[in-house]
Design a protein around this ligand. Structure first.
Ligand code: KIV
Length: 272
């Protein structure tokens, strides 16, 4: 296994655009802490998202809604300290940008200033256009997020595939074109039909990053703990697990417990 494009010393939004321009798929994963971010970065992923999925994965909440801006900044600064190569993007959490564009700008600036991240991501289209424009005008790169936007779960009522109907698909396409027009450097497309992902990806010159959107997005993103098989209950069709770390970790810890109980750990060589 080797790092793709080892000549890229630091991934920027321009690098991401170049990858789309030359038809090379873009890779992205979430990370929320220093140690995991080091691993993800060293493995050659181009973008690391400090997702508000930290609310689920790190804090055990049912939804992404409870996580706060301060908590996102804590996770983001841990990730930024670890990362040498990848572009680090941070989710603006629920309640930190929906009020008005001034609140959105203040939240984005706090994230950039206090964590050292490189970009922010916001969920939504036309309804948050003003906020996106304001953040962009401060020189902060913005990634959009359309389709299944988990901060709106109580509006949707379900985590089912979005934009299956023509009207919602047409709005998603309009929103994606708007995000490009105002200057977003990319758009996440979550859990929408593969055919719609293909249409949007062809219509946009900026990269699309899919999760549950089929193979034709310009790049793919997954939640790290799902890919590694640390989370066990979450089994959507779009998820490919690349390891079963839950079993590996449980066995390792049970082995440690056995060794301590059996007075086998620590042994003489492991003592001073
Ligand atoms: O919070 C998150 O992890 C995300 C990805 C699923 C795209 O937004």
């Amino acid at each position: 296994m080797s790092i793709h494009n080892p000549d890229i010393k630091r991934v920027t939004t321009h690098t991401i655009q170049e990858l789309k321009n030359r038809g090379e798929k873009i890779t992205a994963l979430t990370a929320y802490d220093y140690s995991m971010a080091q691993v993800v970065d060293a493995a050659g992923v181009e973008m690391i998202l400090v997702g508000d999925s930290a609310s689920n994965v790190m804090a055990g909440h049912e939804t992404t809604l409870p996580i706060t801006l301060d908590q996102m900044i804590y996770h983001a600064s841990s990730v930024v300290r670890a990362v040498k190569r990848a572009l680090v993007i941070v989710d603006l959490p629920f309640g930190s940008y929906q009020g008005n564009s001034e609140e959105a700008l203040r939240s984005a600036i706090r994230i950039m200033k206090e964590s050292g991240a490189h970009a922010v991501k916001l969920e939504g289209g036309q309804e948050i256009k003003e906020s996106i424009v304001r953040i962009l005008s401060a020189g902060v790169p913005v990634m959009g997020h359309l389709g299944l936007t988990p901060q709106s779960i109580y509006k949707f009522g379900t985590y089912a595939v979005r934009a299956k109907e023509d009207a919602e698909a047409a709005k998603l396409m309009e929103d994606a074109l708007m995000l490009q027009e105002v200057g977003c450097f990319g758009v996440v497309l979550e859990k929408i039909p593969a055919a719609l992902t293909r249409q949007v990806s062809q219509a946009l010159s900026i990269p699309t990053i899919g999760i549950g959107g089929g193979p034709d997005a310009d790049g793919q993103i997954l939640v790290l703990h799902d890919l590694l098989g640390i989370t066990k209950e979450f089994k959507p069709r779009f998820l490919r697990r690349y390891a079963d770390l839950n079993t590996v970790m449980t066995e390792a810890i049970a082995h440690y417990v056995d060794d301590v109980k059996a007075k086998d750990f620590p042994n003489e060589k492991e003592a001073y």
